[in-house]
Design a protein. Structure first.
Length: 184
């Protein structure tokens, strides 16, 4: 897991100042999402030889940047700036081959309905983020004890409280569009 943490930190550290007091909260959210991707992968119908999501460029990049637009662009309408950050990263790493996939993973991670087939990276990522944001109320087959173990290892550190604060602020400022990141 330390290699995964190192890779995440390589992507996130340039944004540490921008994240400010939310650094630990966001970093642990990203790590929980990746851990939930791994759990979903383990119970899916994928071949046992396929790589664990948290070790792949597409998952690491989508996870690191998926909500970062909140802080980088100072907006709760953060999907476009988050996608832009991820695309820039992929370009700098000479991995433009993953541009479409990572864009879909970020753009559809708040889709209310299924985004793709259950084993698709887009859907695995959407489900993993949903698990975290819903406090495990929705687990997509991941056992409660596995969810609880991950949450204990990677505490919230105020991440959900920050989301509530941002939602309240957005609702006051844009009452007709309180949650612009959600899609049907």
């Amino acid at each position: 897991m330390s290699a995964v943490v190192d890779e995440l930190d390589r992507r996130l550290t340039p944004w540490r100042e921008e994240l400010g007091t939310d650094w630990d909260a966001y970093r642990n959210h990203v790590r929980r999402v990746l851990a939930f991707c791994d759990e979903l992968h383990a119970i899916s119908f994928r071949a046992p030889h396929s790589p664990v999501p948290s070790t792949t460029e597409e998952y690491l990049t989508a996870a690191a940047f998926h909500d970062l637009g909140i802080w980088s662009a100072h907006t709760f309408d953060y999907l476009p700036p988050s996608v832009e950050l991820a695309q820039r990263w992929l370009h700098e790493q000479d991995r433009v081959d993953l541009r479409t996939l990572v864009t879909e993973m970020i753009s559809d991670h708040h889709k209310v309905r299924r985004a793709a087939s259950p084993a698709s990276p887009v859907e695995v990522f959407r489900r993993a983020d949903t698990m975290d944001v819903s406090f495990g109320l929705v687990r997509f087959g991941v056992p409660r004890h596995r969810y609880s173990t991950i949450v204990k290892q990677l505490p919230d550190n105020g991440f959900h409280r920050r989301l509530v604060d941002l939602t309240i602020r957005r609702t006051r400022e844009h009452p007709t569009s309180p949650l612009p990141m959600f899609k049907w």
